[in-house]
Design a protein around this ligand. Structure first.
Ligand code: NAP
Ligand code: MG
Length: 495
């Protein structure tokens, strides 16, 4: 990935400055954040040079400039991390739940205290708008540690009548779309239940996970309880295949998830998979349209569409199609794309150049298959970094690639339906089953649709609502197992 980044092979967009009522003065976030030149692996409570003697560059996708060099963990490094987690396991799992809770509380408090710094770093490294990292990612990450601190001494009541024992050493692999939040989703429940961890962040977004390691040090977390091995997919492969782990938790693409499931099956390991999605919105003619449009807009354009549960297929009741398209176009005009550190920005940078090319290719295919592209052509984009305008396609048929495959970008496919039966059939016509959104005024219809939609999470008259107490996860090819809530704890205990 590093080569492609340095070669800057991706199209650079230049646009005329936009003159509109929406051109607020820039409001850049000014919290200073120190980024070191080089980051090592976090093993056994310390930062250690990798045995590989290799480091890779992490860039800021909004400028294309390098931010730091990050260690590449090879097989021997992963082995060290797993051994450290194994050694720490008896001590950590023997601690009373009450004692473990104290560490989790301290970590949560330190995340809150360092929230500004973590938000800025997340935005610099990953490209997402500061208002998202500040208002969503970082507070929710702290919330996950608080929530699981609350469970640590109450596992007896979480699983009534059974004794909850830790699973052991957990290998955890996470993607780049919610870097710190995904780390919190994985680490907090594991620690609450007395497990130890080896976490592998995504290659393009390791910086906040490494800050979290500093927070573990500040909280006095015993050495080896959490270890962080950075690197690319190969590092993930070493971790997934390591004989020393008892449980594997993976969040990422369905393709890599499949490979991981095979490896885990051979090792007979406890496994949870949170994979991709092609989530539908169904909007009925009686829906509160302003509310529905806002939900659809945040559901697909939020975080540049880099959201596993992005509502990327929109099924509109035929009688309101023109009205919905008109309103989507209108709303799209007021979205600000640009510097993610600007507090007024709605849509930030695409996380990496490969992903940008992928999104561009999907939009081209969508048009060549007969879809009509709706975007704001004169919307200005910064002249360096990786950007994609929010857009949607109409004239899409269910057989089109854009209606079937996960784009993982700010691209919405709009289709229509005439009856609730047809809406259900079309919405369920996908190998994925992560999330769905239903928009209607009728309570009975909400319950009927929610019952029959094939998805792990169904939001009604709202979208993208998350909380640590609420389980999240998919069915079908979107994975299995849940994260969050009591259901999420289940994956980290033996009963
Ligand atoms: P990805 O390519 O599958 O990567 C996910 C993680 O696995 C990264 O840390 C990656 O390392 C690592 N990895 C890559 N190849 C591996 C291998 N062969 N063995 C072990 N680990 C390997 O996914 P992504 O592109 O980062 O993330 C986007 C995908 O994640 C989307 O499909 C999205 O829907 C899904 N997602 C799902 C959820 C959910 O809760 N269901 C949440 C967020 C994202 P590198 O990054 O270094 O390659
Ligand atoms: Mg980066």
């Amino acid at each position: 990935m590093t080569d492609a980044m340095s070669s800057k092979s991706v199209e650079i967009h230049k646009g005329a400055p936009q003159e509109s009522a929406w051109d607020y003065a820039p409001a850049p976030e000014r919290t200073p954040v120190v980024i070191d030149d080089r980051y090592d692996l976090f093993i056994n409570g310390d930062f250690q040079s990798p045995r590989s003697r290799r480091w890779f560059k992490t860039i800021s996708p909004s400028t294309g400039e390098p931010l730091a060099r990050i260690a590449t963990a090879n097989e021997a490094d992963v082995d060290d991390a797993v051994s450290a987690a194994r050694e720490a396991l008896p001590g950590w799992s023997r601690l009373s739940g009450q004692e473990r809770a104290k560490y989790l509380f301290r970590i949560a408090r330190r995340i809150q205290e360092r929230a500004r710094e973590l938000s800025v770093l997340e935005t610099m490294d990953g490209g997402k708008p500061i208002k998202e990292s500040r208002d969503v990612d970082i507070p929710l990450a702290a919330r996950h540690f608080f929530y699981h601190a609350g469970w640590a001494d109450k596992l007896r009541w979480a699983f009534a009548g059974a004794e909850a024992k830790p699973v052991g050493v957990c290998g955890q692999i996470i993607p780049w779309n919610f870097p710190l939040l995904m780390a919190a989703w994985k680490i907090a429940p594991a620690l609450a239940c007395g497990n130890t961890c080896v976490l592998k962040p995504a290659e393009t977004t390791s910086l906040t996970a490494l800050r979290l390691a500093e927070i573990f040090q500040e909280a006095g977390l015993p050495p080896g309880v959490v270890n962080i091995v950075t690197g690319a997919g190969k590092t993930g492969q070493h971790l997934a295949a390591h004989q020393g782990i008892d449980k594997l938790a993976f969040t990422g693409s369905t393709e890599v998830g499949r490979a991981i499931a095979e490896v885990a099956a051979v090792g007979d390991r406890n496994l949870t998979l949170e994979l991709g999605g092609k989530s539908p919105h169904i909007i009925f003619a009686d829906a509160a349209l302003d509310q529905a449009i806002e939900g659809i807009v945040t559901g697909i354009w939020f975080n540049q569409g880099h959201v596993c549960c992005a509502g990327s297929r929109l099924f509109v009741e035929e009688s309101i199609k023109d009205e919905v398209i008109r309103r989507l176009e209108h709303r799209m005009q007021s979205l600000r794309v640009g510097d993610p550190l600007d507090k007024n920005t709605d849509i930030g940078a695409i996380n990496n150049p490969e992903q940008l090319k992928k999104i561009q290719a999907y939009v081209e295919t969508g048009q060549s298959e007969g879809g009509r592209l709706h975007e704001i052509p004169n919307q200005s984009l910064p002249n360096k970094g990786y950007w994609h305008r929010p857009c949607f396609l109409t004239g899409v048929q269910p057989s089109h690639v854009i209606a079937r495959e996960e784009v993982f970008g700010p691209v919405l496919a709009v289709m229509t339906f005439r009856t609730p039966e047809e809406a259900l059939k079309r919405a369920n016509n996908t190998p994925y089953g992560l999330a769905a959104g239903v928009w209607t005024d009728k309570g009975a219809r909400i319950f009927e649709m929610a019952k029959r939609l094939e998805a792990g999470v169904i939001w009604c008259n709202t979208y993208n609502q998350f909380d640590a107490a609420s389980p999240f996860g998919g069915i079908k090819e979107s994975g299995f197992g849940r994260e969050g809530g009591r259901h999420g704890l289940r994956a980290y205990v033996r009963l």
